[in-house]
Design a protein around this ligand. Sequence first.
Ligand SMILES: [Zn+2]
Ligand SMILES: [Zn+2]
Length: 341
Amino acid sequence: MKAVQVVGYHTKLQLTEVPEPKIQGPLDVIVRIGGAGVCRTDLHILEGQWEDKSGVRLPYTIGHENAGWVHAVGDAVTNVAVGDKVILHPLITCGLCRACRFGDDVHCENSAFPGIDVDGGYAEYLRTTARSVVRIDDSLQPADVAALADAGLTAYHAVAKVATSTRPGDVCVVIGAGGLGHIGIQVLKAISAVTVVVVDRNPEAVDLAVRIGADRGIVADGTQVRQVLDLTGGHGAEAVVDFVGEGGTTREGVAMLRRAGNYYVVGYGENIDVATIDVISTEINFIGNLVGSYNDLQELMTLAAQGKVTLHTTTYPLESFQQALDDLDAGRVRGRAILVP
Ligand SMILES: [Zn+2]
Ligand SMILES: [Zn+2]
């Protein structure tokens, strides 16, 4: 089959012929890829940023945002059948460790990560297991939802926590109206009754955020903290979800927070610099967010099937992987780039 592989760092990906993956264990599932999302992480992999972290042996097939059709199943697989349309949870998990038994898939002690440390989805077929496949509604196409497997799942995981810890009318500030922010806004409007206030430096992104459901848009022009305080009677917001995490957003975001408010860190890059006396005297909380669970992904697929979360995509044939990566690197992709074998 055709597969696009990492053959070295600081060099281009290569399209090659490799053997099709075969069922090895009783719970294995082979998926015929219908769409593989092209992610900024793929660029970082080629830059060598993951070399030590993943310890993957080269060459290997890249691509960690995958959806398609079940092609073959192991003897013990009962939850999907050949032909089913599925999206893949990004991790292959063991199901037996404490984290797995809590449903906390991303902290599995024995996980593999297709596209990062084993063969991924820039290919015609991919091997995963029964624990990682989520059946999707007939109305959805794999190429339309593939990118929700990672970017969408991460946004969902964070804002679902907001939904369970807020009351109708509470204010949630969303910092960053890019790809993840857009999904976060749609999910918040679908599953909670918070007032969603979006803050972004780009006026067009703020306009788009309001069109897809944000209650208020604020262009970050230096007055954004003041504007959020004005909107909340001087108290601040019950929740701030920071999809940026650099360029000073954490300082501003914390200043937008109400006493006992929750700060959800999703984007990353800078350090959070908050005096400990301020943390105890206001009882504010900082909450990390890493991808999401299987159940999170299943819930997100429910919202997608209901038409409440949509993702703009640009598709490329698998062979045009280099064009897709170049377009992503140059900021030319509208929405998410998806490779279709
Ligand atoms: Zn990704
Ligand atoms: Zn586990």
